[in-house]
Ligand binder design. Structure first.
Ligand SMILES: [Mn+2]
Length: 365
């Protein structure tokens, strides 16, 4: 039995543009260090084969140090490391794949057609290809079928399955089913998909190894597998991300906002990046999102609070009053009803709050 891992989409040197510069720099450092953590994992678990399905770098103009760091981490792995470059880290002249001195246990697919790497000690052949440009419109698996020669055949590719548009190595299910591969290790899709059996081939995308923004939520990691001598594959997902991105909706109707948020949070969020959306109805004063942010900030690595609350209906009831207040509310209600965007509605709600406070000679706090 051969133990392997299948990971993809590290996107090293991503900008993390939504974070303040210092935190972004620290996130970039963490994502490089993650590869060292991975080396430790590989060695501690007796993993002999590491399949990396592309987009290890976020771009072709990655820092030289990042490539060298990656090479050192691979060198520490007591395993064979096989890489199929993707659309973000395509193989070509001047790229890290060519300029970095990769250790002997690293094997990189270099052509945008299927080629094979043989591992006779495991009776194993690994078939794969590289993106050699940011796009790969022709499906790399098209027409491929592994020979029937008593060896175990695995595939490693960056690409998408049954995609509408074919810019990123479109693979159709029929091709995967006809490939004769025991396992097809794929990259590109950042959201993990459950492994899919197509014909005799098990296909899987592990998703990205670590979220980089609020479009990459929840648990991230890689697949760890065991390959039997008959080519059978069993897989487990290993959560490995150091930090998670989460979006949490909290209804604050009738509650103290801070208490409502705290009640909705899991126990430990100190390592994580949260976006909290406040919803529901509030009184005239609304929610002070800024103050809430300040009170809760220490509980997170990063926190963003967005206020989507609306004014409670009974506040509007006084629109019928024959008073300045009634007149004000009627005007603003008409504006609110005519508002076309969430931003407009937010601004008008804010104006109502300010206006009512002014009418009552109340401090906005
Ligand atoms: Mn990617």
């Amino acid at each position: 039995m051969l133990r392997f891992i299948h990971a993809a989409d590290f996107h090293l040197d991503s900008a993390f543009g939504a974070l303040p510069p210092q935190q972004a720099a620290s996130r970039r450092r963490e994502s490089r260090e993650q590869v060292l953590r991975l080396a430790n994992y590989v060695n501690s678990r007796g993993i002999r084969l590491v399949l990396l399905a592309g987009d290890l770098f976020d771009s072709g103009s990655t820092y030289r140090e990042t490539g060298e760091y990656l090479a050192r981490a691979f060198c520490q792995m007591e395993a064979q490391v096989v890489i199929a470059p993707g659309n973000h880290d395509w193989y070509g002249s001047g790229t890290a794949w060519q300029t970095v001195d990769w250790p002997d246990n690293v094997h990189i697919f270099q052509e945008n057609r299927m080629t094979v790497l043989e591992f006779p000690e495991w009776n194993l052949a690994i078939h794969g290809a590289a993106f050699t440009a940011p796009e790969q419109a022709a499906g790399l698996l098209e027409g491929f079928s592994a020979p029937v020669d008593g060896k175990i055949h695995l595939g490693l590719l960056h690409g998408e399955l049954d995609a509408g548009e074919g810019r990123y190595n479109p693979i159709c299910k029929e091709e995967a089913a006809a490939s004769g591969l025991s396992y097809l290790a794929l990259g590109h899709i950042h959201k993990r998909a459950e492994p899919l059996r197509l014909g005799g081939t098990l296909c899987a995308w592990p998703g990205c190894i670590e979220g980089r923004g609020f479009d990459e939520l929840g648990e991230k990691g890689f697949y760890e597998g065991a390959l039997g001598e008959d080519g059978s594959v069993s897989l487990d997902f290993v959560p490995f991300a150091r930090r998670r991105y989460e979006i949490l909706k909290v209804d604050v109707t009738g509650k103290v906002p801070q208490e409502a948020v705290e009640a909705a949070l899991p126990e430990s969020t100190a390592a994580d990046l949260y976006r909290i959306l406040l919803t529901g109805e509030t009184g005239e004063r609304g929610v002070d999102a800024g103050a809430l942010q300040e009170m809760l900030t220490d509980r997170f690595y990063a926190l963003e609070i967005q206020d989507y609350t609306r004014m409670a209906e009974d506040i509007w009831k006084r629109a019928e009053e024959d008073s300045l207040r009634g007149l004000f509310l009627r005007e603003l209600r008409a504006k609110l009803d005519a508002a076309k965007t969430e931003q407009e509605r937010k601004t008008i709600t804010q104006a109502v709050r300010f206006g009512l406070a002014a009418l009552d000679h109340r401090d906005l706090g």
